[in-house]
Design a protein around this ligand. Structure first.
Ligand SMILES: *Cc1c(COP(=O)(O)O)cnc(C)c1O
Length: 388
């Protein structure tokens, strides 16, 4: 059996254990401590544009960060703070991972799904406006929030989407779970909406084994997120509660891994982009189409290299390629199946024109881990070229 090549596997930088050891040595084995504070500070500095990879912005806003147990928890808290309740509607990009949409249902609200645009494969500003107009007509009220996703690290069309959101005064929650290190006009993904969400799950660009963060330029949201994520304990010597709380805070052990990973984040972005560039070069004379930055405003971390295999142009289907790779012990994965096509969301309204369905049909994510060797990437490339 040939050695396994993963889609995206954890890639430690080497110094993570120092921070974890410090937590043990000082006995801060708890959901608070120096690593949690330090990791929040590292992320805050990074997103406040002090050392972001493509730093070319004069706009230095301060971004506040709450480290949490998961990106899903961050999405849940964001919607709680925007007062999403039973009977409300929340708009969500259809082409995404289910975790973007699931927390809408935790609150008894209804997801309204919106199609992708052909360039970024993310939420289409035209379909978004159509959806808002129609929901107002049908229900008599506006959707409570918009969840826009920077899928595979590609920024969505921030200016166009924000223009629509601002016109109707609907807050945007940015799902930047896959996009730490990506920027739009030089500013970090996750910092454009009222709140942004990051994930440090095992396959993301940096990982803490599991974990997430809520980010915002509004300090009050972040303070409230820290409060809600530690069981909403009021200030009293006994346990006093005036609100329902959650156990969503990040552990100080896990945050130590995060601090070590932050030391190598820019390197990881550079490696993922290099892997993407090598694939592009290898397939430049084929009919394979890549998810690409539309212009210089967009800077993708290229977390996963995502391609389109149009059977008519390529002579093979997406499944032919995926199975050929699987045969050689190489993991690839179809694009995330749009939420409006998922059985669990069959009852939810959808506004679109077939774009995400088509992208899903032909779309494949290639192995993109920053720890993949040149030899391994060459194995992937030659199997695909042999099939075409
Ligand atoms: C991973 C991911 C999430 C969820 O983050 P977790 O930390 O795994 O809870 C949400 N949205 C997207 C787009 C993701 O890829």
């Amino acid at each position: 059996m040939k050695s396994k090549i993963w889609l995206s596997s954890p890639h430690m930088g080497g110094r993570e254990m120092e921070f974890v050891k410090e937590a043990f040595d000082t006995n801060w084995v708890a959901p608070l401590g120096a690593n949690v504070d330090g990791f929040e500070e590292d992320l805050s500095k990074y997103l406040s544009n002090s050392n972001i990879a493509s730093n070319n912005s004069d706009n230095k806003q301060t971004i506040h960060v709450a480290a949490l147990s998961a990106g899903t928890a961050a999405l849940h808290l964001a919607m709680i703070m925007l007062n999403v309740k039973t009977g409300d509607e929340v708009i969500c990009q259809s082409m995404t991972f289910s975790a973007s949409a699931n927390p809408i249902t935790y609150l008894g609200a209804k997801p309204i799904f919106v199609d992708s645009d052909r360039e970024t494969w993310n939420i289409c500003p035209v379909q978004l406006e159509r959806a808002i107009e129609d929901r107002i007509k049908v229900t008599g009220k506006k959707p409570k929030a918009i969840i826009a996703v920077h899928l595979y690290g590609m920024p969505y069309k921030v200016d166009e989407v924000m223009a629509v959101a601002n016109r109707y005064q609907i807050p945007v929650i940015e799902d930047a779970a896959e996009a730490l290190g990506s920027t739009y006009k030089g500013e970090g993904c996750g910092t454009f909406g009222v709140m942004g969400v990051l994930s440090f799950n095992g396959n993301k660009i940096i990982t803490t084994s599991g974990g997430g963060a809520l980010v915002s330029n509004s300090e009050s949201y972040i303070k409230q997120a820290r409060f809600l994520s530690t069981q909403a304990r009021d200030n009293a010597p006994h346990y006093e509660h005036t609100q329902i709380g959650y156990n969503y805070r990040m552990s100080n052990i896990v945050a130590g891994i995060g601090r070590g990973q932050m030391l190598v984040l820019n390197d990881r972005v550079a490696l993922r982009r290099k892997i993407n560039a090598i694939y592009r070069e290898a397939f430049k004379d084929t009919a394979i189409e890549f998810l690409s930055e539309p212009n210089e405003k967009f800077f993708s971390n290229h977390w996963l290299t995502a391609i389109q295999i149009d059977a008519e142009k390529c002579g093979v289907t997406r499944e032919d390629i995926r199975l050929a790779l699987q045969e050689e012990n190489i993991e690839s994965r179809p694009l995330w199946k749009p939420m409006h096509m998922q059985p669990v969301f069959a009852d939810c309204p959808f506004y679109g024109n077939g774009t995400s369905e088509k992208l899903f049909e032909n779309g494949l994510c290639l192995p993109s881990g920053s720890n993949m060797t040149n030899e391994e990437q060459n194995r992937v490339i030659s199997i695909i070229l042999n099939k075409l």
